[in-house]
Design a protein around this ligand. Structure first.
Ligand SMILES: [Zn+2]
Length: 480
């Protein structure tokens, strides 16, 4: 009896699977036909809207800061495959709030070219495969399955295939046979298995091809692009060439990690993103755990080299922007306690608990526990010999939890994003004064800090010593 039942179950399961596979082909071909995708080899679409700087929020958990896209054009060649995007961007936050290179002065042209080859990261390829047409082509090529699903009272055929990063890619086909939404997950240093989705609405006919008038892409739960499409050119010429490698530097390995002794037990670790290592009696204090596991690992190794036989006890985090927090997980795996502004604690606790299955990092593989010490306006770290004073920057435009570190004995100030010095030491004062620079100087004056050396986390490539003179020049007060 049991055996008979099992056979029956297996048969039914197999039948359902076969039917599903067949249905997926039907769903793809119906959608392709309805959308005019069958003979679409390339497409160029253009419009206006906004893009948003991922990982650069003013407050942890708030939406990414906005920039105006005065023009936006994307050309996709599905056969190469390749994609080229060009846009003219302007400042979008008034007053400026958050990172991502704010303030944008005037109109700035940005280009992105992706020519898919064997080494192209999947997350980049998704700019092609997550478009409605790219999705249908990828679903057909990757043996997609289909199931029916009701979302918000609306019924969809949901096509699913597995991406190169092993995450599911799901496309929601509505009752008009239009691709209304595509979702997947990609690995992020800070957020782990991060949702990436695109919503396509208000389909219109452009020369026999149906194209959405509105495109909203989101990463980590907030928009990164919100575009109103004004024009679509099906099968426009799309001879997209890979960008030329920069002269002399194409494919070169990044410069090796080095360090300079600034004072007794105080070391500057370069190149940018820079970090400071301070030799406390019972362990090393590192200021900033930036970027990635790779960069954080290099900083940890250099700190242990110059301060041997001591653990990394603390990592001071200047703020939660992902380029400055992207290496924190590596420090936690190393056993370090994070010191950060208190507004970051609930955020870090939430995101550090997120799964990292797509790109398992050291912390995901270790059993290290997250340990966070917080501060509000001021915190002093000392071992009785070295002193590190941490201060929140009042009324700054960059991040609500932005802190600087000041070493009173050495008269060193470590700051992130408040003053990114120009490449050349004697650069003239900028035509437009950067309010972040003004705010840093205001805070230095308010706190009466006697700064002789500035350590910008975004350290200039020439590794020169940066003094207050450069900050005075930047805010138009040279000679002060
Ligand atoms: Zn920042």
């Amino acid at each position: 009896m049991f055996k008979k039942c099992l056979t029956a179950v297996m048969f039914v399961t197999l039948l359902a699977w076969t039917a599903t596979a067949q249905d997926a082909k039907t769903v793809i071909s119906s959608a392709s036909k309805a959308m005019g995708a069958d003979n679409l080899r390339t497409v160029e679409y253009s419009g206006v809207g906004a893009d948003f700087a991922f990982g650069q929020a003013m407050t942890p958990g708030s939406p990414w800061p906005k920039f105006i896209d005065k023009t936006y054009t994307r050309t996709i060649n599905f056969e190469t495959p390749a994609s080229r995007m060009s846009r003219v961007r302007m400042q979008g936050e008034y007053p400026q709030r958050g990172g991502g290179g704010q303030p944008v002065v005037g109109e700035v042209t940005q280009n992105q070219v992706i020519v898919v080859n064997a080494n192209t990261p999947w997350a980049q390829q998704l700019e092609i495969w997550m478009t409605p047409y790219g999705f249908l082509k990828a679903a057909a090529a990757n043996n997609a399955t289909v199931k029916s699903q009701t979302v918000g009272g609306k019924k969809y055929n949901v096509l699913t295939f597995t991406g190169q990063n092993k995450a599911q890619v799901n496309g929601y086909i509505n009752d008009q046979n239009m691709v209304e939404r595509v979702e997947t997950w990609i690995d992020n240093n800070v957020l782990g298995d991060m949702p990436f989705d695109a919503v396509y609405t208000e389909y219109l006919d452009f020369g026999g091809v149906k194209f959405p008038r509105r495109i909203v892409q989101r990463q980590g739960g907030a928009p990164i692009l919100d575009l109103v499409v004004l024009d679509v050119k099906p099968n426009a010429p799309a001879n997209i060439q890979p960008p030329q490698a920069p002269a002399g530097g194409g494919g070169a390995a990044p410069p090796a990690t080095t360090s300079q002794k600034l004072a007794d037990g105080v070391y500057l670790i370069l190149p940018a993103y820079a970090a400071l290592a301070v030799d406390f009696k019972d362990g090393i204090v590192v200021i900033e755990g930036p970027q990635s596991e790779e960069r954080a690992g290099a900083i940890i190794a250099e700190a242990k080299k110059v301060i041997p036989n001591k653990p990394i006890k603390y990592v001071v985090n200047t703020h939660a922007h992902f380029d400055h927090a992207g290496g924190l997980r590596t420090f936690v795996a190393e056993g370090a306690t994070i010191v950060t502004h208190e507004i970051n604690k609930p955020y870090f606790e939430r995101i550090f608990a997120a799964p990292h299955t797509l790109g398992p990092d050291k912390l995901a593989q270790s059993k290290a526990k997250l340990s966070i010490e917080t501060m509000t306006d001021k915190k002093v770290m000392t071992d009785g010999n070295h002193v590190i004073e941490l201060y929140q920057l009042h009324t700054n435009f960059h991040n609500d939890g932005l802190i600087v570190a000041y070493l009173p004995k050495e008269k060193i100030l470590v700051e992130a994003d408040s003053f990114n010095p120009p490449a050349q030491p004697n650069a003239p004062a900028p035509a437009v004064i950067n309010l972040n620079n003004v705010n840093l100087l205001d805070n230095i004056n308010r706190l009466k800090l006697d700064v002789q050396t500035i350590i910008p986390i975004h350290y200039p490539a020439d590794a020169r010593r940066v003094t207050m003179t450069e900050l005075f020049t930047a805010v138009g007060k040279s000679g002060s």
